[in-house]
Design a protein around this ligand. Sequence first.
Ligand code: TYD
Ligand code: MG
Length: 457
Amino acid sequence: MAKGRSKTVFFCKECGYESVKWLGQCPGCKAWNTFVEGPAVKASAGKEQIRWKKAEPSRLSEVSITEEERTLTGITELDRVLGGGIVTGSLVLVGGDPGIGKSTLLLQMCQSMVAAGKHILYVSGEESVKQIKMRAERLGKFEQELFLLSETNLDQIVEAVTEQRPDVVIIDSIQTMYREEIDSAPGSVGQIREATAVLMRLAKELSVSVFVVGHVTKEGVVAGPRVLEHMVDTVLYFEGDGSAPYRFLRGVKNRFGSTNEIGVFEMCGNGLKEVVNPSEYMLQGKPEKEAGSVVACTLEGTRPILIEVQALICQTSFNMPRRTAAGTDYNRVNLLMAVIEKRLGIRLGDCDAYINVAGGMRIHEPALDLAVVAAILSSYRNQALEEGSICFGEVGLVGEVRAVNMAEQRVTEAAKLGFRKCILPQVNKKQLTLSQKVLNGMELIGIDTIYELLGVL
Ligand code: TYD
Ligand code: MG
């Protein structure tokens, strides 16, 4: 082989797609201008794993399963998203925008786990141990020792972990870690992949659970956490509106539990507080008897959450009416407005329409359709909905109201928060099996089309 220049390839810093030449658009994740040049990755950690043993398939019936060993973190919202605690020897990625609260969440997890007698090593490549101490002071008292390490050299970290044998290791953040053998800068796709592979091996071989923080990056040469999503066991994203105090922890991938579970937190002066009843929280400050405000019930994973949908419909003063949708799908809102125009004969073509899901949540569930339609109609006619009513249901192109899943849970959640009237798809109403406690004082109105909705409003 000819020696000379070391081989370089191009990586997409969004998703890690590899290509021998530079590309404008990534074929993997369709992002533009994300390719950066880097040395070809020698996956040393991967190579050592290969053992040339004869591969022998097992019989399904003979595979014995032992329940994975799980440890509770003591933070209920986090445990839920993890699928019931941390699985021993798993690698968990916690991704999110810089400053959203990833380090805070993990430090709080440390706080509650050391109190339960766990041995934890918190490795930070971003902050000095003094800075971590300062943050810890804000969070309150640490009852037992937590071990801190300010280090970015992965080999040193592996050594420390092997020596200390902690139960849990936190790596904050993966983008600051490097291995000398890989000759690209920390944060490059090559380094991140190598670091993840090393940590994965560490987790499996020593049976330590590893949490890895990954910043979502918009610009620059630092690769994002999507590069390692496929390598880790569990991917959690911590998201929220920077201006609002709510934070949502979302499971995106979980080899040991269901995804799509969410945990809800509030950022306070002394760390993150769990929000035990998100519905109540989301409806805080909801105006009463105002046109254009409708409460809907959406499902996040298996969890029903009540949220307020707001619409403002007014005569446009532009050539092209303005339409915006915050917290939900813009195209879906446009589609629903077209359905209203066509099926109900209401002229919305010369109206501006602003739709907003209050509380900073992003919802893409079709069950929200009926509430969006109701909010638009309510604002258009300047008529408020009756106090204490909620609605949910999917709206089809011919204006039919279609069934949604888990209607019982939705109605029950509404009843729990004192709602007395529920507008829902007729099909769902017929199949509901509700306890008497819920049914008492709850008026259920089943509708088949949005035309019937007009009558109910
Ligand atoms: P941090 O956990 O450092 O974010 P990340 O690790 O995701 O980059 O959180 C930083 C933000 O959180 C910072 O803007 C201050 C705020 N914060 C509070 O409001 N209260 C607190 O108790 C703490 C520790 C942080
Ligand atoms: Mg941080």
